[in-house]
Write a new protein. Structure first.
Length: 137
């Protein structure tokens, strides 16, 4: 299987976005908070983040970090994650969120890190402790 893709997009109405992705497209809901919802988009992870349209840069709080929205990324295994984290550190990359464990001890426990490309696009790399928990709440 190819690694699942991860995409986080801004939405201006979380309830309407949830209705569309869940009921119109048939995506299964995963983890969620008051400001974001995970969806299983045909095996890939789509996250809808509510954003205030008047703000120029968008962030949402997730497990103690301010997460940039939008962002995209890839879901890796632990070995791949550790290798890319080390390479990025060796290349003196600046992290938006340093490599860390998110949701420790909960469904969806994962390693995660964020950085921006030269054009300012936010990229997340993540690796799940149990890939079967990718969409569990």
């Amino acid at each position: 299987m190819t690694n699942p893709f991860h995409l986080a997009i801004p939405v201006n109405n979380l309830a309407k976005a949830a209705d569309f992705y869940e009921h119109t497209l048939g995506c299964e809901r995963g983890r969620e908070s008051e400001s974001w919802i995970d969806f299983n988009l045909f095996g890939h992870q789509l996250v809808c983040h509510f954003v205030d349209a008047s703000s120029k840069e968008h962030f949402n709080p997730v497990d103690g970090d301010n997460i940039p929205v939008p962002h995209f990324g890839v879901i890796l295994n632990f070995d791949q994650f550790d290798l890319i984290a080390e390479k990025l550190k060796e290349k003196n990359q600046t992290f938006v969120v340093e490599p860390k464990i998110r949701f420790a001890g909960q469904p969806g426990e994962q390693r995660t890190m964020f950085l921006k490309d030269p054009s300012g696009n936010a990229i997340e790399f993540k690796a799940f402790k149990d890939l079967d928990s990718l969409f569990k709440s």
